[in-house]
Each structure stands twice: as structure tokens, then as C-alpha cells.
Design a protein around this ligand. Structure first.
Ligand code: COA
Length: 231
């Protein structure tokens, strides 16, 4: 970190992408995601050439459903909470992350099968982290730590039992109709992700925030699975 950076406090804001998905939200997410794929091609399952041709409709399908959520981290944001026009300029953020709730991941066999095969889904509601990325100029400042905290809170509060396909941005802290009081025992929740083998920074980061290796999960070649209980 240079001397100017260490003297200057940086302000980061981890903004959830909420509906309606506007052209400027798409522009901001697209720029951030393409920057991630271009900067760290070996860290992700997808690649720049595949996503640079995505239409706005495809980005919208990624961003709109309530059962998955993406965040963009903006730097130096001074707008008050409640101002919805965070992405008005459409420029890239300095970090991004997506989390798929089990309601989303269950429909993506590539992401889900590895957990079903190990029997993990019987006892756990699994939230899959996807596309975690911090701009190299902002690494080492706890941006990923804070972004993950934000995502963990969303995953803890996501109302699986009352989730209804097609309803937008449902957020609730309750377990809805499934509770110990009415005889239904909710499953425990975990965050999970696959890391490319040899991605030392990512492994170190996830370990630091409490993830452990899950060697029994049958990942695609060249990847390994890490998990963390979140309650
Ligand atoms: C992995 C990544 C998200 C970490 O982001 P970051 O904002 O720099 O991480 P943080 O500053 O929040 O780091 C927190 C802790 O993670 C660990 N860590 C992060 N980067 C590290 C590195 N390069 N080497 C060793 N440990 C590292 C450290 O323990 C660090 O705590 P410390 O600084 O107190 O030692 C970032 O390096 C990145 O975007 N990498 C490329 C994309 C990628 O690999 N994504 C993950 C896909 S699974």
C-alpha cells in the first residue's frame, strides 16, 4: 500500500442489485463482470469471450430473480441510504459477488449435483457463492471480507420456505412456516463455492473468513470445494 493510500481512508459501499433492472444497472454490472473475467481469467468457470456478447436480456435474467443476488461495490459513495440511483453512471464497480440461494442453485445441475451426490443437500440449505472479485487496485483492504459479510446476512435472512417463484426481491429474516414451534426443523445453512486449484489468494481469503475444505465434494477437475456454516 503506498503512503497516500495509508493516509486516506477509503469508503466502500456494497450495493445489492435490486429490481427494476435498469440499463444503467446492466451497464455497471456488465462492466464490472467483464473486468473481472478479463483481469483474472483463471479464477472463474466462465470467460470474457463468452460473456462480452451477452445481450441485455441475458444480463437481466442473471440479475432479476429474487432467488439469487448480486452486489457491486462502489468506492467513495456519499449518497444517503435509500437513494436508489446508485448505478446511474453505469460505470464499473471495484468488486462484485453473486450468491445463489438453494432455490436458484437447485435448477443449475452443474452447480448443484456435486452437493446432492455427497448427500449434503439432505441436511443443509446450500448457498453458492459465484463470481467473487475485487479490482486489483483495491485488494488487501478487506473489501472482500466486508462484501462477504453483506452476502452472508442476505443468505441467513433469505426466506426459503415462503419463497415463491417469480416474486421479486423477497427478503425476510424469518423461516416462515417452517419453525421448531410448528414441528418443522429448518435445515442448517452453509455457504459453498468452488475454487480453482492454485488460486492461493482465494484459498487464503476463504480460510481467513472461516471456510474449510470439503474434500468429499466431487468438483469439476482443477477445482476444490470450500464450505462454511452460517447458522
Ligand atoms: C480473493 C480476493 C477476492 C480477495 O479480495 P481482497 O479484497 O483483496 O481480500 P481482503 O483484503 O478482504 O483479504 C482478507 C484476507 O484474505 C487473505 N488474502 C487475501 N488476498 C491474499 C493474498 N493475495 N495472499 C494471501 N492471503 C490473502 C488474507 O488473510 C487477508 O487478510 P490479511 O490482509 O489480514 O492478511 C481477490 O484477491 C480477487 O478478486 N482475486 C481474483 C478473483 C478470485 O480469485 N476470486 C475468487 C474466485 S473463487
Amino acid at each position: 500500500m503506498d503512503s497516500e493510500d495509508s493516509r486516506t481512508p477509503r469508503l466502500y459501499s456494497h450495493r445489492p442489485i435490486l429490481t427494476p433492472i435498469t440499463p444503467s444497472i446492466i451497464a455497471s454490472y456488465r462492466s464490472t463482470r467483464l473486468l473481472a473475467l478479463g483481469t483474472d481469467p483463471s479464477a472463474f468457470g466462465s470467460n470474457y469471450n463468452r460473456e462480452v456478447v451477452f445481450t441485455d436480456d441475458i444480463w437481466t435474467v442473471r440479475l432479476e430473480p429474487s432467488e439469487r443476488r448480486s452486489w457491486i461495490t462502489l468506492q467513495g459513495v456519499v449518497q444517503p441510504e435509500g437513494d436508489s440511483d446508485w448505478f446511474a453512471g453505469g460505470e464499473a464497480g471495484v468488486a462484485t459477488m453473486t450468491i445463489l440461494s438453494p432455490c436458484a442453485a437447485v435448477n443449475l445441475p452443474l452447480a448443484w449435483d456435486q452437493f446432492e451426490k455427497t448427500g449434503l443437500t439432505a441436511d443443509w440449505d446450500i448457498f453458492i457463492i459465484h463470481g467473487m472479485w475485487v479490482d486489483p487496485a483495491h485488494r488487501g483492504r478487506d473489501v472482500a471480507v466486508e462484501l462477504l459479510k453483506t452476502g452472508k446476512e442476505w443468505a441467513r435472512g433469505f426466506d426459503i420456505e415462503n419463497w415463491v417463484e417469480g416474486e421479486e426481491n423477497q427478503v425476510s429474516g424469518s423461516l416462515g412456516s417452517c419453525s421448531k414451534e410448528n414441528g418443522c426443523v429448518p435445515k442448517k445453512r452453509m455457504l459453498a463455492l468452488n475454487v480453482t486449484e492454485g488460486n492461493a489468494a482465494a484459498h487464503a481469503f476463504y480460510r481467513k473468513v472461516g471456510f474449510v475444505d470439503a474434500p468429499n465434494v466431487p468438483t469439476p477437475a482443477g477445482q476444490s470445494c470450500m464450505v462454511m456454516e452460517i447458522g
